[in-house]
Design a binder for this molecule. Sequence first.
Ligand SMILES: [Zn+2]
Length: 307
Amino acid sequence: MSRTLHAIIRGALVALVLVRLAQAQTTPAQPAAPAAQPAPPTFETKKVEGTDNVYIFRYQNSQAMFVVTRDGVIATDPIGYGRPQAVTTYIDEIKKVTQQPIKYLIYSHHHFDHIAGGKPFKDAGATIIAHKNAKARLAVLQDPATVLPDETVDTTRTIQLGDTALELSYVGLNHSDSSLVMRLPREKIIFAVDFIPVASVPGRGMIDSYPLEWEDSLKTVLAMDWERVIPGHPGPGGRLGTKQDVQNLLTFLQDASAAVKEAAREGKCWDPVEKEMKLPKYESWPGYEQGLPFVLRRYCGLWGRGT
Ligand SMILES: [Zn+2]
């Protein structure tokens, strides 16, 4: 073999080795099997990052905000539906943070999964406040586990305790007819339950919602001065929501509404819409598979029935 040929072969081998090495470096490693996530604890209390007195108490998949002031505690939603131990745990958790008395318990809206079980708060001396529509509904139902509010809010009211102001606002019909937005102006935080699910598709709760007015109430919330929303059910990874989340939800409701409106006018409500319609833009959102039929059913009620 000529020396030239040797040189060519050697050069080719070196090039091949270099290419293989480069491939080895750019080929992504096989992803490791995801480590099994430990089950989250049944309940948890966390101080909201960037605040020195705002807390979230979570029990299973529901949560409530409480605020500690120098003159007492403002608590919200007892979240004790079918589980009175959640309420006593909630109070024990507050006592671990402060010895201040619990002065207020504020209901976010009238649904039992958020407000049942408040008696231990009442027994501890808390004044219970809710929107006037919540009180009207509860007064009729007389649910034995749900304490009637002592005081009500019509459009807006500010609770001043110690150096903390908590502004309660009624922003109209949405997920319910009694939803209050609770806003901490200094911290630029709001607590809003069920009508602002964070980055997830609403589900069963659509049943008694007011879809057209809901859009207006989201626009009202977007115009308020705040930066983070604490939801009534934890968001993905437990994160709080932003105005972008509210805008995304508004767009989702508008998209679902427009799609069902068109189908309804072609006579496709209820079954064809509920069973066949998809909104692929949202299929990556948690709750899409389970929640979408409930969303479509509600919009069929609106556009296919007139309710
Ligand atoms: Zn609700």
